[in-house]
Design a protein around this ligand. Sequence first.
Ligand code: HEC
Ligand code: HEC
Ligand code: HEC
Ligand code: HEC
Ligand code: HEC
Length: 410
Amino acid sequence: MVLFRRPLFFPLVLSLVLLLSGAEAQKPWTETDQLDFLRRHWSRPIPPQGKPPARFSPLEASLLPASCGTCHPAQFADWKESLHARSMGPGVKGQLVEMLAGDTESALGCYACHAPLSEQQEKVAGRKGGFAPNRAFDATLQASGLACAACHVRSHQRFGPPKRDGSLASELPRERLPHNGVTRTPAFLRAEFCKDCHQFSPDGFALNGKLLENTYEEWKASPFGRAGVQCQECHMPDRRHLWRGIHDPEMVRSGVSVGFSTDRERYAVGDTVVATLTLTNSKVGHSFPTYVTPRVVASAELVDRSGRVLPGSRQEKIVGREVTLDLTREVSDTRLAPGESLTFQYRQRLSSAGLTLRVAVTVHPDHFYVRFFEALLSGGAGKGTAQVREALRAARSSPFAVFVKEVPLT
Ligand code: HEC
Ligand code: HEC
Ligand code: HEC
Ligand code: HEC
Ligand code: HEC
């Protein structure tokens, strides 16, 4: 009798299971579900992944970005070029060598944003307080910085955004897909996905009453935040994994507009030139720049026929939030909120003929770090010295111009 019933019974159970799992995958995610998901997703350190499912090949079990890249080459090619891939670069590593030994708690605090997977961290919190060596530590994974798995993998399960058509389901049963398929959630499309690393909590470190990292709140209060334009729309257009920001000239140009005029076409010796430069934060979804580390300089100067700058002719205005190196004081804050403009008026009497007016807007993405690394080296960076030197070289060479204009005056 049992034998007889099997062919009838089995397909029924199977289709019921498929129906139920399909219904599960299609479950609409309310806003509360998404925010709850993100709270769990970003509890750090990200717990150890544990043992991979038995059917996983070594490639599916690997957390290394290059492994993901064998099947996801487009995301890997982008990510490799991004600053997220370099979040364990020499500036961070160079400081951490000494800090890990001397002040382990602070060092692990850095990993929360720079290398958040447990497997990336040499030490873990010990059972009875203090810190213990981490047996799951993987130095190659640590060097990968903000790896794919930090955003996409928990307990060897993949998480990702809905498909481009908005659907959540897979074409095949998950157990027939590589890495058991993926759980899709619209939480990946929200600005809150980026918040844990790009926004300090309200009780976090502040100077002059303003948090040191406030990007999410700046965004939320802006016209972009109010219109629902998420971080991803500007920083991951077409789902690209580049995260271009203040280090990228084209990205900066896409966010600001520059206007320039002089009060006359031609001048005579003895006249006063009046030139006006305006710099507007037209399409940056937060303050330009958002952090205390970059500095933007609007400048004007007179240049003679041989290309030399006329002494005393240079004037400049700074856009940025300057803080002291020891982070005890805010010196000034001239950042531009979305929609805000800087107007820089240049006035200079012409003392000779053949002069050219040169105006420029120059971005120094690592302005703070140049001074910081210099101070670190002169104070003694110990075992991190070579790496901090390398970071200083890179920080010194990152400035670029987003606008330059030369106008002959006479
Ligand atoms: C052996 C090949 C393979 C490897 C290795 C692999 N994946 Fe996948 N991945 C796939 C396939 C195939 C899909 C499509 C699944 C589907 O259609 O539901 C996928 C889907 C995804 C998705 C959902 C994308 C979408 O189209 O919606 C994410 C996110 C993802 N993988 C992340 C990762 C990460 C992170 C790693 C490395 C830790 C990784 N994968 C390693 C084959 C692979
Ligand atoms: C786990 C922490 C973490 C998450 C989550 C995260 N970031 Fe980052 N992000 C970082 C760190 C750390 C850096 C700096 C890397 C470096 O230069 O060392 C960074 C750098 C960047 C930069 C480059 C900044 C520059 O100086 O040009 C951009 C843009 C950026 N992130 C955007 C995003 C967006 C958008 C999201 C959400 C989709 C996001 N990040 C999610 C940690 C994170
Ligand atoms: C809340 C997340 C967060 C934490 C915690 C954090 N950082 Fe960062 N860090 C960032 C982001 C975002 C950037 C890129 C923006 C910037 O330059 O300020 C960055 C940039 C840097 C840079 C310059 C870029 C580079 O790769 O050289 C260094 C150095 C750095 N962090 C070191 C540290 C150290 C050391 C600690 C721990 C004491 C730490 N960070 C803790 C988020 C974080
Ligand atoms: C800082 C977090 C972060 C990191 C690191 C990251 N991703 Fe993503 N990934 C996202 C987000 C957010 C989305 C959704 C973006 C959107 O819809 O605008 C996404 C989307 C995807 C998708 C779906 C793409 C599509 O076209 O539908 C795949 C596949 C993927 N990521 C794989 C990877 C791989 C592989 C790596 C490493 C090489 C990686 N991701 C690194 C956050 C991240
Ligand atoms: C409307 C487009 C837009 C939106 C939305 C947006 N950004 Fe940006 N972001 C830019 C542009 C353009 C730049 C380059 C200019 C600059 O650095 O301010 C930038 C720069 C950055 C930087 C570089 C650091 C710095 O000091 O400026 C980080 C980090 C960043 N964005 C993170 C975020 C995060 C996180 C969100 C969401 C909470 C977000 N952005 C929303 C356009 C946007």
